[in-house]
Write a protein that binds this ligand. Structure first.
Ligand code: AMP
Ligand code: ZN
Length: 171
């Protein structure tokens, strides 16, 4: 998201200025937020408003403030972690269950198919450094657009990569 885009959001309404963060912090990028000023932790604590879909003791689901399609919902753990593997097992399990519950509700509510997206790291498009899964309804030409640029492995390259990944498996 560009600064222009963030600024544009701040003009539209109170809730669309990321709960007042833009007013207090100018155009500091949301992606620069640390654990202490994490916007999703603030939402989880109720310090910043959201359109809440569901909450339990470990997870929360709410509408994305800038939906890719109508009904675009975010599912987050209440525990702060930047990448999925940093979450505790308890939060991971709770998150998986909530993801299942909410995606079914979105599908039924909107009569849609849907994509589930989880970005990890800036190169992968992660703007908010608190684990979140996007549930993005897909029923027409709106929604998540993807166009796989499928590649081929050079000879034995797949085996080398396979070994590298397996060597890094940790349980
Ligand atoms: P990502 O690029 O995967 O980090 O996505 C972050 C998402 O969080 C974007 O789709 C934003 O529109 C959304 N977002 C940021 N702030 C808020 C907020 N205060 N309430 C709801 N959604 C938000
Ligand atoms: Zn957080």
């Amino acid at each position: 998201m560009t600064d222009d885009c963030i600024q544009q959001k701040s003009k539209t309404s109170k809730i669309k200025d990321f709960g007042g963060l833009l007013e207090t912090e100018g155009l500091k990028k949301i992606s620069e937020h640390t654990k202490e000023d994490c916007i999703f932790c603030k939402i989880a604590k109720g310090d910043i408003p959201c359109n809440k879909v569901y909450e339990d003791d470990k997870t929360l689901a709410f509408l994305d403030i800038s939906p890719v399609s109508k009904g675009h919902t975010l599912v987050i753990p209440k525990e702060h972690a930047e990448k999925i593997y940093e979450l505790s097992d308890e939060s991971s399990e709770a998150l998986a269950k909530t993801l299942k519950k909410i995606s079914k509700a979105v599908e039924k509510a909107l009569g849609c198919d849907f994509n589930v997206l989880n970005n990890n790291g800036e190169k992968a498009g992660q703007l908010v450094k608190h684990v979140h899964f996007h549930i993005i309804p897909k029923q027409d030409d709106t929604g998540f657009e993807y166009n796989w640029d499928s590649k081929k492995y050079e000879e034995d390259e797949d085996k080398e990569i396979l070994e590298k990944i397996k060597t890094n498996l940790q349980f």
